[in-house]
Design a protein around this ligand. Structure first.
Ligand SMILES: [Zn+2]
Length: 246
């Protein structure tokens, strides 16, 4: 009996290590990532203090044609997502799916795991939008409960994550995922860099609107270090000439 269990255990270990080796080989075979020098903000950034939903709806068709390629977006947030996407021309052809979920994770930006592992599949990025908060005091931060301008801000933050994935190989992305779930300091740096990138790409006012609305709630959640306080966002915006022109 013991011998049988030992044999089965050894077989299990062999199968598991073979699987890990296969996944590793697949991950290092990835060549679908772009040169870092191509992941730069556009040169003609025109920040907007506050977007107006009815004004934006008049240019919906233009936005959809220009920035809607390879994007799957739920109807309720389509306009907001397209406005945010218009600040990231580098994502113009990138496949991105915005998915409604009740995972209790606000918004998260990730990659379809199959398209990450199999190098012959085109990478598809996924932005999960939480629709249900189980902790009562955080429910105002749900995308559907935010003001329009702040919705664009948080979607811009998620797209800034996606931008940072473009020049990473599959193995680097997998490693980043492991660090994200195992190191608090990594998460802080990762989120702070994303906040900076959102400002750098021209959505500073929208990020500010989001921050003014949700920063205190994030502090209560113990996530204050991940995101920037309104004052910090204003200071960083001051470094860019295009915000001063407004
Ligand atoms: Zn984030």
């Amino acid at each position: 009996m013991l011998k049988k269990i030992k044999k089965l255990l050894l077989l299990g270990i062999k199968i598991l290590s073979s699987l890990v080796a296969i996944v590793f080989l697949l991950l290092i075979s990835d060549t679908e990532y772009i040169n870092s020098s191509l992941v730069v903000p556009p040169t003609d950034i025109a920040p907007v203090h506050s977007f107006n939903k009815s004004e934006d709806s008049l240019r919906y068709d233009f936005l959809l044609e220009r920035f809607g390629e390879n994007k799957v977006i739920p109807e309720d947030f389509k306009l907001q997502a397209l406005v945010a996407l218009s600040y990231y021309p580098v994502l113009k052809e990138t496949p991105i799916e915005f998915v409604l979920t009740d995972a209790d994770a606000s918004l998260t930006s990730s990659i379809n795991p199959a398209t990450l592992i199999f190098p012959w599949m085109k990478k598809t990025y996924v932005i999960y939008i939480d629709t249900l908060k189980t902790i009562g005091f955080t429910s105002p931060t749900l995308l559907k409960n935010l003001p329009y301008n702040a919705q664009i801000g948080v979607l811009g933050h998620e797209l800034a994550h996606t931008v940072s994935y473009l020049d990473k190989s599959a193995i680097e992305l997998a490693w980043s995922g492991i660090l994200y779930v195992s190191s608090e300091q990594y998460v802080v740096n990762f989120e702070n860099e994303t906040e900076k990138r959102t400002i750098q790409y021209g959505l500073g006012y929208q990020l500010l609107s989001w921050s003014e609305f949700q920063y205190n709630i994030k502090l209560q959640e113990g996530k204050g270090a991940y995101y920037f306080a309104p004052e910090k966002i204003k200071t960083l915006m001051g470094k860019y000439l295009f915000y001063q022109k407004q």
